[in-house]
Structures are given as structure tokens and as C-alpha cells.
Write a protein that binds this ligand. Structure first.
Ligand SMILES: [Mg+2]
Length: 251
């Protein structure tokens, strides 16, 4: 089956490696949060949101380990929490209070115009074409729903958020488990076979396929190379231009 023969009622898109370069997340977003964590904590230290985050950070098992690793004991203050946040980011520990904090730092950066969400140049036209054809577009990413919305709202191609009708993150389940895709189809009130899932990760495509969805793998610049077997086993595209003529199935 060639990409142009697909039909779908919903296009479900992954972000990193699919709509957006993997390097944007790793080389722009994460360093931005790390660089601005200290300032953000200082400015918002007395706010309810930040107090809640600081409390939750201290309850992490990693916090006790971190404090024990320090040469001298110190009070729990802004400086210690800021260093602990850097420690979590450096180790890529995706714990909930860190994700919440990063989301708030990014929101501020996007609002100030210091951050723009990267999308590949074919994304905006494809979103428009799919919506014109009567398709819905939904997002499933391991980044939080709040972070997903920011990338598309403040994208380099303008505000793409109005194109998107639903957002899913790992609250619905792991991206390599088929149950997650079953739940997404149920939530969208659509048969899984009428969903086309676009991703860069074969394990995610396998899970979506096991749930009955159609899948296509993106080979964007910077994505992990696929094995020969993975290439044989999946429909592949370089970008969304091969999918511009996507239509709903004729009933
Ligand atoms: Mg991805």
C-alpha cells in the first residue's frame, strides 16, 4: 500500500521526530528550562504553584539521594532546589514535578517570544489539507498535553493549535503498549481502523497496529535509522507531502 492510498477519519500525530525535530526538544527546550530554572524559582518562590512543585520535588526518592551525595548539609532553599532541578534534567529523569516546572518555564518563554515551537515546513500545509478534507487531527506524545499545546500554539509556522481536536500524553498509557491506542480510539469515538498514526518509532507503530490502527513511519532528518526489517515491515515517508491527498473513507 502506498501512502496516497490511505484513507482515515483521524490523523494521530506524534511530535518528536514526526512534526518536530528531535533536536528541538533536546537542544532547545531542555537547555532552556535548565538555564531558566533558577530565575523562575526566584521570581515565583512564594507562589502557590511553585510551593507545590518544591514540596513534590522534596518527596522524590532522588531528592534524599541527592542531599546525601552533597559534601556538607545545607538548608532546603532556592539554591538547593535549583541545583536539584539541574541534577534531574542532566540525568533526564522525567519525574512529574520536574515536568510541571519545565512546562511553566516554557510557557513563560513562549509567551515572551523567546521560544518558538519547531515544526517541519510541510506540517502546516498538511494540517490545513487534512482539515479541509474533513479529517480530524489529534496528537499523542510523551510530552505533557500542556507542552504539546505550547509547541503548536507558538510554532514557527504560526498558531497551529486550532487544527488540533484532541491531545493525549502518557496519562493514557505508554506509547509502546497497544492498550493506549485502544483507549485513544475510544476517546475519539472512532473505529481504530479509521485512525492513521504517524510516528518515527517502529515500536509505537507496532503497538498502534496491534490496536487496529493504520500506521506510517516518518524518516525525518535526525531520526534514528531503521533496520532493513523495519523498513520492509512498515510504510515509510520522508515528510507529510505524500499524505496531502488523504481523504476520509467512502461509506
Ligand atoms: Mg517521536
Amino acid at each position: 500500500m502506498t501512502p496516497s492510498n490511505f484513507t482515515a477519519k483521524v490523523v494521530l500525530v506524534d511530535i518528536e521526530g514526526t512534526t518536530t525535530s528531535i533536536s528541538f526538544v533536546h537542544d532547545v527546550l531542555f537547555p532552556y528550562a535548565k538555564k531558566n530554572a533558577g530565575n523562575y524559582l526566584q521570581e515565583t518562590w512564594q507562589t502557590k504553584d511553585t510551593k507545590e512543585i518544591v514540596k513534590n520535588l522534596q518527596q522524590l526518592p532522588q531528592f534524599a539521594e541527592y542531599v546525601e551525595s552533597l559534601e556538607s548539609s545545607s538548608d532546603v532553599d532556592q539554591q538547593l532546589i535549583t541545583k536539584f532541578v539541574s541534577y534531574l534534567i542532566e540525568r533526564d529523569l522525567k519525574v512529574t514535578p520536574l515536568k510541571t516546572l519545565q512546562g511553566l518555564i516554557w510557557a513563560k518563554g513562549y509567551a515572551a517570544g523567546e521560544l518558538k515551537g519547531h515544526v517541519y515546513e510541510d506540517v502546516s500545509a498538511a494540517f490545513q489539507a487534512w482539515r479541509d478534507a474533513g479529517l480530524q487531527i489529534a496528537v499523542y506524545s510523551s510530552g505533557s498535553v500542556a507542552a504539546q499545546k505550547l509547541i503548536f500554539q507558538h510554532s514557527i509556522a504560526g498558531d497551529l493549535l486550532p487544527h488540533l481536536s484532541a491531545h493525549f500524553d502518557t496519562h493514557v498509557g505508554h506509547k509502546q503498549q497497544s492498550e493506549s491506542y485502544t483507549k485513544i480510539a475510544q476517546s475519539l469515538q472512532v473505529e481504530p481502523q479509521h485512525v492513521l498514526f504517524l510516528t518515527d518509532v517502529p515500536g509505537e507503530a507496532d503497538a498502534a497496529r496491534a490496536a487496529g490502527m493504520q500506521t506510517i513511519i516518518l524518516q525525518r532528518p535526525g531520526n534514528a535509522p531503521l533496520s532493513e526489517e523495519q523498513k520492509r515491515d512498515h510504510v515509510l515517508v520522508d515528510d507529510f507531502t505524500a499524505l496531502l491527498k488523504l481523504k476520509p473513507p467512502s461509506e
